[in-house]
Design a protein. Structure first.
Lengths: 176, 287, 583
């Protein structure tokens, strides 16, 4: 059951009590180790192309929400999935915080609790089943194009491994 | 002849085979032989990466192990693949626990990751393995000063300490090759910004706005074409020009770097898939 | 002391590079000045204050026997000492030199009016030449400097200053109103950035001060009378306990009377419960393993700090300044205590951890999971104690969300303000105060430790809110200034002072009241007593001369005659005559 709060939906909430529990959890998740380094200077948001084009998306604000411990809101939100991992923010962050990595950590926790945007889930399912992303997109016409270019038409993808991965790490609640 | 194991990635073979063909043709001309990696899987970038850390490490780790088995370094031509594999390599080299765990699952197929194989992006092959001098010497039909802008791509160049391809804030490899091939490399506002490609999965409209912003910044410099180093960026910068919002604007041709370099090296258009480009690069080729 | 020789005036008009010459026709002014009576030499020069410029003055004095020099250049506040020195070296008395301000008063304020600016420059030079004719020479006077310093206030700054001076071989009298030395630092149990106790840090300094043969410590004492002038102060120090007053001869004074931690009554429910305290009060809690509530002794689980309490409040006199020490001290306290309690929060307006090692304190606090939350400037946090708990609610600016928390202990990082008796101290030493209430330095950048009362220095938090390390830096600086005065043994005083003509004095006492510096007293050797100016205290402001109904006071170097001749030169200028012929 994927429950994701759509972009632009107002989040109504009453007074919230801050807690450091969520950021401690993020700290222990791969990618989230640097969460406590953020000093909220805003350089990331200033550099972010997504923030430039989408008013709701503010990386600094999202990090502050993590620091305040707003676990449910952050894990259910679509916002952490909007990061393009372009790493402009990282290059410029004075405290060397990797926001792309922190948002990966958030996504991992969100995924564990079943909050994955549906389009992301679709691609994941495809990749794990087929071994790669575009098996359905490999039409005859494209096969002909490849032939004309002198390229191999048998792409040789292995899906045994990805099925194994799915069984071991993804199914059964993403233990790891 | 130097050899590299070629990892195509998911997207190039299906959506931009001309890129694959150009890479092989150009590199062969410049003395690099590519051996296709077989029995591969998706590198896990972006999607698997977002839901499980070990799964992601295992997927890219397997590719690294295959390269090792082939006894070669790996060439990744897609920015996302190159970024993913370099990141995983960095982690496996420094995190013993993770490496042990990944090697456990790889051992089931007789594969092992020891870290012997390097993974490089296409731009590194040009700047490090071939060298600018060799490229210059191989130019037989230089361009006539045509104005072109380079788009490097985020995952190709960042994070700098891990990927070590070029200067992240001021990259120059593509620009140098444009100049060597006889073109005029033109800078533009927001040169290192993202093309918006990674946003396609989540929000097509937003991805389009980001991509079109880049196109307009380039258009402001009055250039004849855009040169890319990743098929994802190439496809995105091409596609956004066909959005409704851009319907009344002229189309700027987008070429991958090897496709652009090929003609200058005397390679025939067919081998480079010139006719297959959605926006015809004829203005560039003629110029 | 008038000179009977014919004035031979040299006029030097400075280009000041482009600064003056770009807006005023300096060549024309110099040429015209050359045609004035008594002007023997007139020229324009690129930079008069340069070695070349100064040498030109000296050369021309010797070559042409000049006995008056006019330099038309920048403000005398800039280079009067430079040019005075130059003319003196060539044998001309410094008081027969006059400086015309063509920069601050002409080129810098009339930048787009070439003709008019030039005309004004010409007017000013002409006036100065007219005055120069009437200038008289005066001897350069000095007064002795008693080799003893009075340090007022025995906190860390006073202790440091006393030691520095005593170590240089001078005597120090250290006056402290409390019964113990050490000020506020002594009371703090945790000092940043090293985390030792204040008493611990002060120990060696206190020992050295108490044992030093040249330092006399007077506890429970205050300064009750302060008279005299630089190098020769007469001070009465009274012991509040015994009631005994002692008169002391003092050469220099360093005021290190410190600060007071602001008690924020009316802010954030302070005073409604013992569990709402100030950062200063927190820092005085004895060192313990855990942190306990003052009310019931139970362990503190949640701890909240609020910053900028009573600081940075525009429009509230005495509370507009940033108290400087608090952000760093709060970060340190929070970072330390985070390991002893469950949750620590700092509610801030800004984070200013600027100093050496301070940014590291900020990072350490965050590393220990202290939550920093920014509140808006115009909507401060609200504290409600009605339910028996301490409920804090506010808006977090950066997450754009309303927050609330019940805290066990609320610490208010409150302001550093001047002590209660600040006004008294200011009056005693004739010191002025800045809007923040602390003492005004002579010049915020160029002379931050001296004051307008010559011979009196300020240091430490008496001068402005700062932390203990910074107070010590001040103290050593002020001590150096005191030592340089005492080491010289004597100090020059200006001769541009007022002088009472005894025969004309009608004994009305008007000047005594009028003098802002208390420099005039009645000389009772005469009957009736005659007003008498203490030249070392006189600043040459002219108030007394203006007030005297008998016209008995003359301002040396600004006599009525000198001023009138300038007025006439301006108004009655005739190219042929020497200014003052018509009407």
């Amino acid at each position: 059951m994927n429950e994701v709060i759509e972009l632009n939906q107002r989040n109504n909430q009453s007074q919230y009590t801050p807690s450091s529990a969520f950021s401690k959890e993020i700290e222990k998740t791969p990618g989230g180790e640097d969460i406590q380094h953020c000093i909220q200077c805003g350089m990331c948001t200033a550099s972010c192309m997504v923030a430039n084009m989408e008013e709701q998306y503010r990386p600094r604000k999202l990090i502050q929400k993590i620091l305040l411990g707003m676990r449910e809101e952050v894990l259910r939100s679509e916002l952490p999935w909007l990061c393009m991992t372009c790493r402009h923010c990282e290059e410029r962050c004075q405290e060397d915080v990797s926001l792309a990595e922190i948002f990966h950590a958030v996504r991992i926790l969100a995924a564990r609790e079943g909050h994955i945007p549906s389009n992301v889930q679709n691609v994941i399912d495809t990749v794990l089943e087929d071994g790669w992303m575009l098996k359905d997109g490999y039409s005859d016409m494209i096969e002909d194009d490849r032939d004309d270019l002198g390229l191999t038409t048998d792409l040789g993808w292995n899906n045994e491994f990805t099925k194994k991965i799915k069984k071991r790490y993804i199914d059964g609640g993403n233990k790891k | 002849m130097k050899e590299f194991a070629l990892f195509r990635g998911c997207t190039t073979p299906v959506r931009l085979p001309s890129y694959e063909a150009s890479v092989i043709a150009v590199l062969r001309k410049l003395g690099i032989n590519l051996v296709e990696m077989e029995d591969t899987n998706c590198c896990g970038s972006q999607y698997i990466e977002s839901i499980n850390h070990t799964a992601f490490a295992a997927m890219s780790g397997r590719l690294l192990a295959i390269g090792e088995k082939m006894g070669m370094d790996i060439l990744a031509i897609c920015g996302a693949c190159s970024g993913a594999m370099k990141t995983v390599k960095h982690e496996l080299d420094h995190d013993k626990k993770l490496r042990k765990e990944v090697n456990e699952i790889l051992a089931e197929e007789g594969l092992e990751y020891t870290g012997k194989s390097e993974v490089k992006h296409l731009l590194q092959i040009f700047s490090e393995d071939i060298g600018y001098t060799a490229i210059r010497e191989a130019i037989v039909r230089p361009y006539n000063g045509i104005r072109l802008s380079a788009h490097y791509g985020c995952h190709v160049t960042r994070p700098e300490e891990i990927v070590q391809v070029d200067d992240a804030e001021n990259p120059t490899i593509i620009d140098k090759i444009i100049e060597i091939a006889g073109g005029t490399a033109v800078d533009y506002v927001g040169k290192t910004r993202c093309c918006g490609g990674p946003m396609l999965g989540m929000n097509v409209g937003l991805a389009g706005r980001i991509g079109r912003d880049k196109i307009e910044n380039i258009r402001a410099e009055n250039v004849q074409g855009i040169i890319t180093a990743c098929e994802f960026c190439n496809l995105q910068l091409t596609q956004v020009q066909f959005d409704d919002e851009a319907s009344n604007l002229s189309k700027i041709p987008v070429m991958t770097l090897p496709q652009f370099l090929g003609p200058a090296l005397g390679i025939d258009f067919d081998s480079l898939g010139i006719e297959m480009n959605k926006i015809s690069p004829q203005p560039i080729i003629q110029g | 002391m008038s000179d009977t020789q014919e004035p031979r005036i040299g006029v030097f008009v400075c280009h000041c590079g482009h600064n003056i010459a770009g807006y005023v026709d300096v060549e024309k002014v110099a040429k015209q000045a050359g045609e004035l009576p008594n002007v023997v030499f007139s020229a324009d020069e690129m930079f008069m204050c340069s070695d070349a410029g100064q040498q030109l003055i000296k050369d021309k004095i010797k070559e042409l026997n000049l006995n008056r020099v006019v330099v038309a250049s920048c403000s005398p506040r800039m280079h009067e000492p430079t040019f005075r020195r130059a003319v003196e070296e060539a044998g001309v008395n410094r008081y027969q030199f006059d400086q015309v301000n063509l920069r601050e008063h002409v080129s810098w304020c009339h930048q787009n009016e070439w003709d008019k600016a030039t005309e004004k420059a010409w007017d000013l030079v002409r006036m100065s030449v007219a005055r120069a004719r009437k200038l008289e020479s005066f001897p350069v006077k000095t007064v002795r400097v008693t080799p003893r310093t009075l340090v007022v206030g025995g906190g860390i700054a006073g202790l440091r200053a006393a030691m520095d001076i005593a170590e240089r071989g001078f005597e120090v009298v250290l006056v402290e109103k409390d019964s113990e030395l050490g000020g506020h630092v002594r009371k703090h149990t945790h000092i940043f950035p090293t985390d030792r106790s204040g008493a611990d840090i002060l120990k060696p300094l206190l020992k050295d001060v108490k044992n030093h043969e040249r330092i006399t410590v007077m506890l429970n004492s205050k300064v009750t009378e302060f008279d005299g002038y630089i190098g020769n102060f007469i001070v009465t120090v009274k012991n509040e306990k015994t009631g005994i007053g002692e008169k002391l001869d003092i050469g220099t004074v360093i005021v290190t009377t410190g600060f007071e931690p602001f008690k924020p009554t009316g802010y954030y429910s302070y005073g409604e419960t013992p569990d709402i305290i100030t950062l200063a009060e927190l820092q005085e809690i004895p060192r313990t393993e855990g942190l306990f509530r003052p009310s019931d002794g139970k362990p503190v689980k949640r701890l909240v700090f609020i910053g900028c309490v009573g600081s940075r409040e525009p429009g509230k006199l005495g509370h507009e300044h940033c108290s400087r020490y608090c952000c760093s001290a709060t970060a340190k306290a929070a970072g330390d205590l985070a390991t002893r309690v469950d949750e620590v929060m700092i509610l801030y307006q800004d984070v200013r951890t600027y100093g050496k090692g301070h940014e590291e304190l900020h990072r350490l606090a965050r590393k220990n999971h202290v939550i920093y939350s920014k509140f808006p400037r115009d909507s401060k946090p609200k504290v409600d104690t009605t339910s028996g708990k301490i409920q804090v609610s506010w808006h977090d600016v950066l997450a754009d969300v309303d927050l609330e928390i019940d805290t066990d202990l609320l610490v208010l990082s409150s302001a550093m303000v001047p002590p209660e008796d600040m006004a008294e101290t200011a009056k005693m030493f004739s010191l002025t105060r800045s809007p923040d209430g602390f003492f005004n330095p002579e010049h915020i950048k160029l002379a931050p430790l001296t004051t307008h009362t010559a011979g009196v220095m300020i240091a430490g938090t008496a001068q402005a809110a700062k932390n203990a390390s910074e107070a010590v830096i001040d103290a050593s600086g002020a001590a150096a200034k005191a030592v340089s005065l005492m080491a010289a043994g004597e100090v020059e005083i200006e001769s541009t002072v007022s002088h009472v003509i005894p025969d004309l004095c009608s004994s009305c006492h008007t000047c005594v009241t009028a003098c802002p510096y208390g420099a005039i007293s009645m000389d009772s050797e005469h009957d009736p007593p005659i007003a008498f100016v203490q030249e070392a205290k006189c600043k040459g402001c002219g108030t007394c001369a203006a007030a005297c109904p008998s016209g008995a006071i003359v301002m040396y170097h600004s006599t009525d005659e000198q001023i009138m001749t300038m007025v006439e030169a301006f108004l009655c200028y005739s190219p042929v005559a020497d200014g003052g012929e018509s009407a």
